[in-house]
Ligand binder design. Structure first.
Ligand code: 2FM
Ligand code: ZN
Length: 583
């Protein structure tokens, strides 16, 4: 992974995958994309990089229409409901989007139709008659998730008509054995329908070289995408016979396939951000190749491993096809999460809703836990309440919280709330020289790791530094030292507390801001200068505020209750699925 940050501070667009709003937000959603994208964005802001962080709700598609029918709502009413809930949850989690959009917005409809027209003009889309499932009673087509049946390859039952969740094979209409309507169980017919296809196959060699030379992605991901190209790319059917979605110009009663307009939502969101900030054309610095080159702008898409195909092949090909648009630069891919070792299940409600989590736990705990336990790699992870308790109690409380609280209460009680003077003429001892050296080295290391999106490793390096601060404090034992020595120790430690607040701001923004206010420093830690974390700018006599404990312990009772709650929902054993968690 390349280091993105350079001296010129080029603009960066960060996105997290758009959320399907056909259900409530749960802890499975936020691990691979939302939290890491926010941590990275906050780091860039501290570095003074002009960063724009956008995302939004992915509101179209057959799964959404089918779920709305099941809930007895119109598609519009359902997406409104879950969009609003998700947005509220995001704010409570401290996700600092510069703009949060929706694919049903007019900007996205227009941009989608515009890009389609460009692709059509350039000959990258063509008409084709395809077979679609059709219900003669309801007189409507039944795409994708409307239809279920048996997989013709592995014979798994109850698979949707677009792909098999068991063996990962994709289907076309007619492939399923014993197809039936998922809503009323009737047997559908196959009927001809005119669609547009996107010529993905025309981009094989351009995509190969893009993957090899341009896209910054982990090698294991790069290699399996290259393998897909070798196996041959199939053209994509980009039309569905539905009425909920972006209308296809010139085709009545048809909309674009959800995966056509969803990534275009990244562009629409950037346009809305620009408009909102009174810089109408500012979106072009990211998306229009010629403009982006002038500024050295970069696009970073945080995604989960189930949507690599869409982001590494389909999306860049679509952008290449327009000729003028720019392709993504960095694709951080993270894996799925199980809960207590079991697969998340929407139908059994085997999940932890963000809403429920937030009733009992601070947002910083899950931000901390996920950042610490999620590598920048497509490997899967587990949300385990015992492990959560252990990480919170030993690392967040026992390490960071302990140091900060000890230092601040010591200054409060022994120095009347004023940062002590380093007595005139006293020279820093060997301990101070060593710990300052460690600080400078660590800040450099953390900087490098954050910039490479190695967020778990960045956090581990911060915790290691915090551990050294604890050792320094313990070793100096200011409670039994003479006043001169105690003053030297506490002056240093007050500054180290400030350093920790800055370094940890991306991960635990709420707590970092609290530390900043206890230190009684000006402004907000969110606007601090990252590089200044290596400095010791707090002067003697600076008054601090009366500190309260930063964190409270994750108690056994509360953890047991969480585990019991999950155990009462019988969950199926985890099964390896290429398509990941149910959404
Ligand atoms: O897989 C998903 O959850 C999709 N809603 C992600 C869309 S990302 C983007 F391309 F819009
Ligand atoms: Zn199968």
């Amino acid at each position: 992974v390349v280091v993105l940050i350079d001296a010129t501070k080029s603009p960066v667009l960060v996105t997290s995958a758009l959320l399907y709003v056909n259900g409530p937000l749960h802890l499975g959603h936020i691990r691979s994309t939302y939290i890491p994208a926010d941590v990275y964005t906050r780091y860039l802001r501290l570095k003074g990089v002009p960063v724009v962080f956008v995302s939004g709700s992915d509101e179209h598609g057959t799964p959404t229409v089918v779920t709305a029918e099941q809930e007895g709502l119109t598609a519009k009413a359902m997406v409104d409901k879950y969009h609003n809930l998700a947005f509220k949850n995001y704010q409570a989690l401290g996700l600092s989007f510069d703009h949060y959009s929706r694919t049903s917005n007019e900007t996205n409809h227009q941009t989608t139709q515009e890009l389609f027209m460009i692709l059509k003009e350039k000959g990258f889309v063509f008409k084709q008659i395809v077979k679609e499932y059709y219900c003669p009673t309801d007189k409507k087509f039944l795409p994708d998730r409307y239809i279920k049946g048996e997989c013709p390859y592995c014979h798994a039952k109850d698979q949707y008509s677009d792909y098999c969740e068991n063996c990962g094979k994709t289907f076309k209409p007619g492939d399923l054995i014993g197809a039936y309507c998922s809503l009323d169980k009737t047997t559908p017919e196959l009927k001809d329908s005119e669609h547009f296809m996107f010529k993905l196959s025309a981009f094989s060699s351009a995509l190969s070289s893009y993957l090899k030379n341009q896209l910054d992605v982990r090698d294991e991901v790069r290699n399996y995408v290259l393998q897909w190209i070798k196996e041959g790319l199939r053209d994509w059917d980009i039309v569905r016979d539905l009425d909920w979605g972006v209308k296809v110009p010139g085709m009545k009663g048809k909309v674009f396939y959800v995966w056509f307009d969803a990534p275009i939502g990244y562009i629409a969101a950037t346009k809305e951000w620009a408009e909102k900030n009174g810089k109408k054309d500012a979106w072009k610095q990211f998306w229009i190749k010629a403009e982006a080159e002038k500024k050295g702008a970069k696009i970073v898409h945080f995604i989960g491993k189930d949507i690599v195909y869409h982001h590494a092949l389909f999306w860049p090909a679509l952008l290449m096809g327009t000729a003028d648009y720019k392709t993504p630069d960095v694709l951080p891919v993270r894996g799925f999460v199980t809960i207590q070792g079991k697969k998340i299940s929407k139908s059994r409600k085997y999940w932890i809703l963000v809403e429920d989590y937030l009733k009992r736990w601070p947002p910083d705990y899950v931000r901390f836990y996920y950042t610490l336990t999620t590598p920048n790699a497509p490997t899967d992870g587990d949300f385990d309440w015992k492990d959560f308790q252990e990480k919170i109690n030993t690392e967040l409380l026992g390490n960071v919280g302990n140091f900060v609280h000890r230092v601040l209460t010591f200054i409060d009680s022994k120095f009347a709330g004023k940062v002590p003077k380093v007595p005139h003429g006293s020279k820093a001892g060997a301990d101070e020289v060593a710990i300052k050296k460690k600080l400078v080295k660590s800040v450099k290391e953390v900087d490098k790791l954050y910039s490479q999106i190695e967020l778990d490793r960045a956090l581990k390096a911060i915790l290691d530094l915090s551990q050294s601060f604890n050792q320094y404090f313990q070793h100096k034992a200011p409670w039994r030292a003479d006043e001169k020595d105690a003053s030297i120790t506490l002056w240093h430690c007050a500054n180290f507390v400030r350093s920790l607040a800055i370094l940890l701001e991306p991960v635990i923004p709420f707590s970092a801001e609290k530390i900043w206010s206890y230190l009684n420093l000006e402004g907000s830690v969110h606007d601090a200068d990252f590089d200044s974390a290596k400095d010791l700018p707090i002067k003697a006599d600076h008054s601090i505020k009366k500190p309260l404990p930063l964190f409270s312990k994750a108690e056994d009772d509360a953890i047991q209750e969480e585990i019991r709650k999950l155990e009462s929902l019988i969950a199926p054993p985890p099964k390896e699925s290429r398509h990941g968690p149910e959404r």
